[in-house]
Every structure is written in structure tokens, then in C-alpha cells.
Write a protein that binds this ligand. Structure first.
Ligand SMILES: Cc1ncc(COP(=O)(O)O)c(C=O)c1O
Length: 403
């Protein structure tokens, strides 16, 4: 038994966690702004639009109608049914309300699933670049992340053949986001069917398909891995309202999972947080029952801004640029600037570069290190045209100082 000599001792697992780099950059940007600096924040993963009016109205109505009590742990029955209906209709995923568990954001949904299925020492293959929290969630479950990284030359994608090589007897899950945070890449139906075939050969592996940016797809309709019948009992689809409906602060996400996983996450959630906010759930139901004109309008704005930012970034010497097919991030390769110096300070990593840009010209971005891609930085284009133009002008001036 360990003797505790310091009363402020923390658990080993929590000590091993990294702070979320995106939240850290955003915190630093807020600090600089509070000191009177004209900060432009392109680090946060958040739509710059308001939640649609009919969704806000539904929340107000829910308060007046008395939705004040604990809700069922897995979510209100009508909301779960509406989510299942959406998945059948829009994604061709054959589920019913019993497969759905609603949580406090897709972040909790993902953490629940990993905690529910990954045992100590088991491996989770993460397709990188990946969302910062995936590897930390695996750490919390005492699992081991196996990171496979797609390069900018391959549109940041990992192939089924590469995944196959990484599978071992300990592999429990594969996880990815498509559209991807941070690269904006979208796995095509063909690519996902190849991954599906691999899963069929390996029935012990569960795929966690994070589709939270589904509505921000510039090239057509998103293909869902969970729609492939042969592997439907091996796929957990994760989605939520934060990005498509501009509802980040409402905290509403969900999974569609095989029943044994849904039941396990419900049990876990019942011991940790219970059902998510009842008012938020009524708002989410209104979002699903309304039309999709609001997400569509936002997508059109993001598309215009994507093209704007690509044009501006192309003017900066040395950057390699991808063309994101979805989400609202661009992930340029900045390796030409790594190892360079300014005022005696060497910029060793992409996180150093992001921090230098923030301190020098007050534009916040996020270094690619924490997304598993150390040569890149993530820039969000969920910002006004004016801010995008000004921010990229500042970044260009700032990078020119590096020698
Ligand atoms: C890829 C991805 N998955 C999940 C989430 C979590 O979303 P939320 O918890 O707001 O529903 C995010 C948020 O940034 C994300 O980028």
C-alpha cells in the first residue's frame, strides 16, 4: 500500500492527463484580451452563430412548462425516438430509441463509450490528426492509444491497409472523426467501406465514429460507417448539437450504439452525472423537429470563409495548405518555420509557433502537437470575414520575422 505523506496527492491517472490545448490557448487569448489587446481568437472550436430562434423558444417554453426535475438517465423518450428517427432517415443507420443514450455533450458520449468498453492495457487505434481529447479519454480508461497519422499529401487520411497493420490481439477499438477536427478531411464512402470490411474480419473491434461535424460537409452528404449492415453491431456513432446547430453551451450529445454498449454507458452515466439538462433536451428535440435551414445557412457561410482563408494563406510563403472538405478548421503544414528563431528564441514545435503568434500579433491558433500532427497548426474559420482577413494579415507579418 502507498503511504500518503502529502495531503495534496493526486491520482496517477489524473496526473498523467494533459490539459486540453485548445482550451489552454483560448484561456490565454482571453487573458491577453482582458489586458486590452485586440485579440482575434481562431483557436476555439465553436460556431460564431446564434442558436436558431425556434430552439431557444423551445427552451423558454420548457422552463415555463415545468421541465425542472431529473430526466431519465439516457434522455427523454421522445428525444431518443427523434434521434433514432433522424439517424434512420438521414444516415441510414438502423437503430431504435433503445440504442440511443443522450449525454452532456458529445464529449461525455465519447468518454462514456471508451470507459465502458476499454479495459486496462487494451489498445485504441486513433486515426490522426485527431481531436485532442481522444487520447486523454483512453488514458483515463487506462487503455493505450495507437496513433496512426495521415499526412497532408494524403488529405490527412489513414487507409484500411495501414489500420490492418496496426491491429493486435489487444485492439479493442478504432476511433476517428469525419468531418475531422482538426483537418476538415472527410472520409469517403469507399474509404469507410474498406474500413468496414476490416471490421467485419475483426468482430472483437468496435469503431467509434464521431460525426459531430456532419452538417458542415462541403462536398455532399456524410457517409456513416454505422449504415453498413454487416458491421452495425460493431459501430458506435457519436453526434451532437454543438456544431451543426450552434449549441456548444447547451451541452447535448448522443450515441447510437449496440444495446449492450448503450446499456453500459447509461449505467456509467447514472453514477456520474445522470440525465443531461432537461431544458437542453427539449431544445434539442425542437432542433430535430425543425427544418435544417439554420445548419444549411451556417454551412454556406463556412464554405465562403473556407475559400477566403485558403486564398489568404496561399499568400504566405512556406505554408502547405489542405482544402478542408468539412468542419470549420484549416490545418496548414508550418514545418518550414519550425527550427527558425526570433529575438534569440528558437521556435521548436508547432505549439511554440502558435504561442509566438498569439504573444506577438494576438491571434490565437492551436499547435498540431496535441492533435498528433506536430508539423501543423489548426486555424478555425468560424469567424467573421473581417477577422479572418485581419488575422491572416497579422500571421503573415509575424511569420516573416522568423529567420
Ligand atoms: C471532433 C469532436 N468531437 C466531439 C466534440 C465534443 O462536442 P460537444 O461536447 O460540444 O458536443 C468536439 C468539440 O469540439 C469535437 O471537435
Amino acid at each position: 500500500m502507498t503511504t500518503i505523506t502529502n495531503p495534496q496527492t493526486l491520482s496517477t491517472v489524473v496526473n498523467s492527463l494533459a490539459e486540453s490545448e485548445t482550451l489552454a490557448m483560448t484561456k490565454k487569448a482571453r487573458e491577453l484580451a482582458s489586458q486590452g489587446n485586440k485579440v482575434i481568437s481562431l483557436s476555439v472550436g465553436e460556431p460564431d452563430f446564434k442558436t436558431p430562434q425556434h430552439v431557444m423558444d423551445a427552451a423558454k417554453k420548457a422552463i415555463d412548462e415545468g421541465y425542472h426535475s431529473y430526466s431519465p438517465v439516457a434522455g427523454f423518450a421522445d428525444l431518443r425516438a427523434a434521434i433514432a428517427e433522424k439517424l434512420v432517415k438521414e444516415n441510414n443507420i438502423k437503430v431504435t430509441a433503445e440504442n440511443i443514450v443522450v449525454s452532456t455533450g458529445a464529449k461525455q458520449s465519447l468518454a462514456n463509450v471508451i470507459q465502458a468498453i476499454v479495459d486496462k492495457g487494451q489498445e485504441v487505434i486513433i486515426l490522426a490528426p485527431y481531436w485532442v481529447s481522444y487520447s486523454e479519454m483512453v488514458k483515463l480508461a487506462e487503455g493505450k492509444s495507437v496513433i496512426l497519422t495521415g499526412t497532408i499529401e494524403n488529405d490527412f487520411k489513414v487507409t484500411a491497409a495501414e489500420i490492418e497493420k496496426a491491429i493486435t490481439s489487444k485492439t479493442r477499438a478504432i476511433m476517428y472523426s469525419s468531418p475531422c477536427n482538426p483537418s476538415g478531411s472527410v472520409y469517403t464512402e469507399k474509404e469507410l467501406r474498406e474500413i468496414g470490411a476490416l471490421l467485419q474480419k475483426n468482430p472483437q473491434i468496435v469503431a467509434i465514429a464521431d460525426e459531430i461535424y456532419e452538417y458542415i460537409n462541403f462536398e455532399g452528404k456524410n457517409f456513416s460507417l454505422g449504415s453498413i449492415d454487416e458491421i452495425k453491431d460493431q459501430v458506435v456513432t457519436v453526434n451532437g448539437f454543438s456544431k451543426g446547430f450552434a449549441m456548444t453551451g447547451w451541452r447535448l450529445g448522443y450515441i447510437a450504439a449496440p444495446k449492450y454498449i448503450a446499456a453500459a454507458t447509461e449505467k456509467l452515466q447514472g453514477q456520474v452525472t445522470s440525465g443531461t439538462c432537461s431544458i437542453t433536451q427539449r431544445a434539442g428535440l425542437a432542433a430535430l423537429q425543425g427544418d435544417l435551414s439554420a445548419p444549411l445557412k451556417m454551412k454556406e457561410a463556412y464554405l465562403r470563409r473556407r475559400d477566403l482563408i485558403i486564398g489568404l494563406l496561399k499568400e504566405i510563403p512556406g505554408l502547405k495548405i489542405n482544402k478542408p472538405a468539412g468542419a470549420f478548421y484549416i490545418f496548414p503544414d508550418v514545418s518550414a518555420y519550425l527550427g527558425k528563431s526570433v529575438n534569440g528564441q528558437v521556435i521548436k514545435t508547432s505549439s511554440d509557433l502558435s504561442m509566438f503568434i498569439l504573444n506577438d500579433v494576438f491571434v490565437s491558433t492551436v499547435g498540431g502537437d496535441s492533435f498528433g500532427s506536430p508539423n501543423n497548426i489548426r486555424i478555425s474559420f468560424a469567424a467573421s470575414d473581417e477577422n479572418i482577413i485581419e488575422a491572416i494579415k497579422r500571421i503573415k507579418e509575424c511569420l516573416a520575422k522568423l529567420k
